[in-house]
Design a protein around this ligand. Structure first.
Ligand code: NAP
Length: 253
């Protein structure tokens, strides 16, 4: 029997709302069991010109209160939430669920060289120990100070680009029972997930602003052209924003 490509799982059931996402919990568990990685939801906010932050990577308000509530609802329906160290250093986020009801997902940071400051708000959260995924062979003192501050450093292989190898990181999360992972950003992380075709659902907030800031696709991380055709696109007005729900088509470049 021919193995069906992983992106077809649940295709007969489009995900176009929090209710659909909530109803797909069992699918996500089956997905992890079958593929050895979590079902990845790539979700972020951008301006109409594709900026996700200001020109100097400063945080800007893109989401309306309504779409912010949706984003937090998505967080609450995911087992884990992943960001890159760039976002941690620029935004110092907590990654909690505050604009919706539901549990906080397990925070995860891709941080090759363990640059996460022990004083980061994510590390200082009293209710969770963020998992900091880093490459092996770093000075033990860095891991120790993060452990003491409230984080769990986790060694993981690096890819040929020198960054954390995404398939290895996702396998590590699957081993830790993460069925569904929300990837929030920033630009380099989103680009890596798209380039390596490890995203299963896109939920993108499009804010009616021109910003001329940080483009969602990072030229360096893209390592050449990235072309992704989204399928089953569903557009939902949300406050002053538009939410795009879509599946990746993984059309060849
Ligand atoms: N609008 C939104 O929804 C939203 C959401 C999140 C963030 N943001 C914005 O995004 C900006 C940050 O984006 P960014 O591109 O500078 O940083 P980022 O994507 O958050 O983090 C990138 C860094 O993560 C590390 N990394 C480790 N493994 C990686 C991998 N496989 N792929 C990619 N990165 C990997 C690398 O640093 P090392 O080499 O040091 O490990 C890399 O430079 C901020 O301005 C933030 O405000 C916006």
């Amino acid at each position: 029997m021919t193995e069906e490509p992983h992106t077809t799982i649940g295709r007969q059931d489009p995900i176009r709302s929090l209710e659909d996402l909530g109803a797909g919990r069992a699918d996500a568990a089956r997905f992890r069991a079958k593929h050895g990685r979590p079902f990845v939801v790539l979700s972020y906010a951008q301006s109409v010109d594709g900026s996700i932050a200001g020109r100097n990577r400063e945080r800007i308000r893109l989401s309306s209160p309504e779409s912010m509530a949706l984003t937090h609802g998505i967080r609450a329906l995911c087992d884990g939430i992943l960001i890159g160290i760039g976002t941690l250093l620029s935004d110092d986020p907590r990654l909690t669920v505050t604009h919706a009801c539901g549990p906080h997902p397990q925070p995860v940071v891709l941080d090759t060289h363990l640059r996460t400051p022990p004083a980061a708000r994510l590390v200082q959260r009293p209710d969770a120990r963020p998992w900091i995924i880093h490459k092996p062979g770093l000075p033990e003192s860095r891991a120790q100070s993060l452990r003491a501050a409230g984080a769990d450093p986790m060694p993981c292989g690096a890819g040929t680009d020198g960054w954390i190898d995404l398939p290895s990181a996702l396998a590590l999360l699957a081993d830790r029972q993460v069925n569904r992972l929300m990837v929030e950003g920033g630009a380099r992380v989103i680009t890596s997930f798209v380039r390596q075709q490890v995203a299963d659902l896109f939920i993108i907030t499009i804010s009616p602003q021109f910003v001329g800031g940080l483009p969602v696709l990072d030229a360096g991380a893209a390592r050449g052209a990235v072309h992704l055709q989204l399928e089953e696109a569903f557009y939902q007005p949300m406050g002053r924003d538009l939410i795009l729900w879509a599946r990746p088509g993984w059309a060849p470049a």
